[in-house]
Design a protein around this ligand. Structure first.
Ligand SMILES: [Zn+2]
Length: 430
């Protein structure tokens, strides 16, 4: 055991050493990395940790808690006018189906006081947020507010608030969002335009970026009274750009894992815990998973899987594929939930896999990492709820071809998948 531990450490050191020897650091880069190394290493697994999804009071534990500990939904934040309907949806649809986690993509849709210039127009107020908090508390649903960190700082021609207000944080300032044309080609497949922009990232080594980012994260976490924070961190394509004076030459898996650990360490100071999407931690190459550059990584970030803090919770999204990627996370000591979207058959496979893996004759330390299902909805929540409550959404004929099935899934498949999971979670608790 000890020998294995030493070997692992050596391997880990070798990876980092290779990352550093291959490229020489400037004195400024070296100083930044030394500062990051001083951050405290967080500790988790306290039985009294307040963000536990399973109640500590045994009289409140449900049958499904052992079978599938995490039953989550990741969805956008409502508009101010949509807050009451959103609360009704939580009360009448999610709570009776034993959902215990709600990841809410807030981003800049909150009336931040620390940096008011980052607010969206007509953002959620503290009073709006407290209505959501109240209904979730009533039903023991943990809230994980989300702000996209690192990547997803722009979309198409729009630069989002952080880089709009603090353009000095832009990892690729030479790429102008106003020149954006389209990232899809005629067949609808992702095809970055001439500057290869999908969405911008902030520079993780800019000396001032975390002062801003952590202030808004803390403010949002306090408002939601949350113990979980979701930082997104998916589809980070602009990382370690060769023109960045701070990041150039540093291995991308080092930049990525350092940023994940920095966020987790910050949260741990308040007894909080980080969730991220898992795609940057999966090798998407044909020699490995063959999953490509979107739901996996082709930009040399995947080695970070062995370097990130084991407290980080992974949401492993795969919408048209159900494979063994969650197993990779569990064997790396990371809690993981599988995330479907609009394909009910894939959601069923994810669910069956989770239930199966949790009961395999393996070390409990491994099976416990298979935490459950986090369903995803990617349209705006107000529009989604109109679809969800529309009876016509559920009146669909079976599709004749794969293309028809894909098109059909895009019209209400997320709502039908949610209904499917609701019925399954209720069944599992009987
Ligand atoms: Zn940089």
């Amino acid at each position: 055991m000890r020998r294995l531990f030493i070997s692992s450490l050596c391997f880990c050191f070798l990876q980092v050493s290779l990352g550093q020897q291959q490229f020489s650091l400037t004195p400024e880069q070296e100083q930044l990395r030394q500062e990051q190394r001083k951050l405290p290493v967080s500790q988790f697994a306290s039985p009294n940790w307040p963000g536990q999804l399973i109640p500590t009071d045994s009289s409140m534990i449900k049958k499904i808690d052992d079978v599938l500990p995490v039953r989550g939904l990741a969805i956008g934040g409502p508009s101010r006018n949509g807050v009451d309907l959103f609360c009704k949806f939580i009360e009448e649809d999610l709570a009776p189906a034993h959902f215990n986690l709600l990841i809410i993509r807030v981003d800049w849709n909150y009336a931040f006081e620390s940096y008011p210039q980052l607010r969206d127009p007509n953002p959620l107020t503290k009073e709006d947020v407290k209505k959501i908090v109240a209904v979730c508390k009533k039903h023991n649903i943990q809230i994980a507010p989300q702000i996209n960190l690192l990547g997803h700082q722009s979309w198409a021609g729009t630069t989002y608030a952080l880089l709009r207000e603090f353009p000095q944080f832009d990892e690729v300032p030479h790429i102008k969002t106003e020149n954006y044309s389209d990232y899809t080609n005629v067949s609808g497949r992702p095809q970055p335009y001439s500057d290869a922009l999908y969405c911008k990232s902030y520079c993780p080594l800019h000396p001032d970026v975390h002062d801003v980012v952590f202030a808004v994260v803390d403010e949002l976490m306090d408002a939601f009274e949350a113990h979980w924070f979701h930082a997104g961190m998916d589809e980070v394509f602009h990382l370690g750009d060769e023109r960045c004076p701070r990041c150039a030459g540093i291995a991308k898996f080092v930049l990525f894992s350092d940023e994940v650990n920095r966020i987790q360490d910050h949260l741990a100071k308040s007894n909080r815990r980080l969730m991220i999407w898992g795609d940057r931690l999966i090798d998407g190459s044909r020699l490995a998973t063959g999953l490509g550059s979107w739901e996996a990584s082709l930009n040399n970030t995947s080695a970070a899987i062995g370097m990130i803090n084991k407290d980080v919770f992974i949401c492993d999204w795969h919408y048209d594929y159900s494979g063994l990627t969650a197993v990779q996370f569990a064997f790396n000591g990371l809690d993981v939930a599988s995330s479907p979207w609009n394909n009910t058959a894939i959601a069923e496979q994810h669910l069956n896999d989770m239930l199966d893996w949790r009961t395999r004759n393996l070390q409990r330390a491994v099976t416990d990492h298979f935490q459950g299902i986090v369903h995803t909805v990617w349209s705006g929540v107000d529009g989604f709820l109109r679809t969800y409550y529309n009876p016509a959404t559920y009146n669909v004929q079976s599709a004749a071809t794969k293309e028809e099935q894909v098109a059909q899934n895009r019209r209400g498949g997320d709502a039908r998948t949610l209904k499917f999971l609701i019925s399954k979670f209720m069944e599992l608790n009987q």
